[in-house]
Ligand binder design. Structure first.
Ligand code: FAD
Length: 218
């Protein structure tokens, strides 16, 4: 059920409380029900938020919320991106903060469990579970768990590249691309290969507390 709406009764007034509760419902419940917004749904959501930012005569706190939502959409492309990032950070922090061979799959199995039980994109969860079932149990050290998540995220990127869920402004690349980490790439007999030790160094620096930007303003 949606929120109540006094505008449905004969009245000379509009009620901000009703408008805000409708906004809350549409933005926080209805439009974001799918955990991955892509294609036409993503375009519709962006357009809706951009129009609200332009024309909704909200209280300053509501306008700020809408502006933040608009820039969050543009800069971070939403929840799944954040979820990947959280788990990359956790695998790297676990590798930095404990004996390499102790509980090697601790973070990966937590991620597997979370995705299986909660991640709202069922198709994504099934794909992830299939990858996990194939090889996660072979991970024998914390550093391997960092690399497992990196290489399987790249497997997802490769599968989605060129598909209809791809944002043309943010193409799905094998990551990190050469401009982010030149030392991570080499060519062997004309074929691209990863320099894995350089990738490890890069991931540890990229997913480190020192690389987390703490300024919440734009
Ligand atoms: P994302 O792929 O979300 O990446 C987020 C950030 O992580 C990037 O901006 C980059 O900085 C960094 N990054 C990118 N690649 C790597 C890497 N290899 N290692 C470390 N860091 C990296 N969508 C589908 O359509 N089908 C699916 O089956 C599917 N499965 C998913 C499974 C899981 C567990 C998750 C969390 C998401 C899944 N998604 C799937 C969503 C999809 O992977 C993207 O998260 C979404 O399309 C948003 O992409 P993005 O361009 O913001 O970057």
């Amino acid at each position: 059920d949606g929120p109540s709406c006094r505008a449905a009764l004969p009245s000379f007034k509009l009620y901000m409380a009703d408008l805000e509760s409708a906004l809350h419902y549409s933005l926080r419940v209805e439009a974001t029900r799918p955990s991955v917004l892509s294609g036409a749904q993503l375009a519709a959501f962006k357009c809706y938020v951009a129009t609200l930012v332009k024309y909704f005569p909200g209280r300053p706190s509501v306008q700020t919320y809408l502006q933040n939502l608009d820039s969050l959409e543009r800069h971070f492309r939403g929840y799944p991106c954040g979820l990947w990032t959280i788990f990359h950070l956790l695998t790297v922090q676990a590798a930095q903060n404990g004996p390499d061979k102790e509980l090697p799959q601790e973070v990966l199995s937590t991620m597997r469990c979370y995705v299986r039980n909660f991640f709202g994109c069922q198709e994504c969860a099934e794909h992830f579970e299939a990858m996990a079932a194939k090889s996660m149990e072979k991970v024998a050290s914390r550093e391997e768990s960092v690399l497992w998540l990196w290489s399987h995220h790249n497997e997802v990127n490769a599968r989605l590249a060129g598909g209809d869920t791809e944002d043309p402004k943010f193409p799905k690349l094998q990551w990190p691309p050469p401009d982010m980490c030149p030392l991570c790439h080499k060519e062997e007999l004309g074929v691209h290969a990863w320099v894995v030790p350089a990738v490890v160094v890069f991931l540890k620096a990229h997913f480190s507390p020192a690389n987390i930007y703490m300024d919440y303003a734009e």
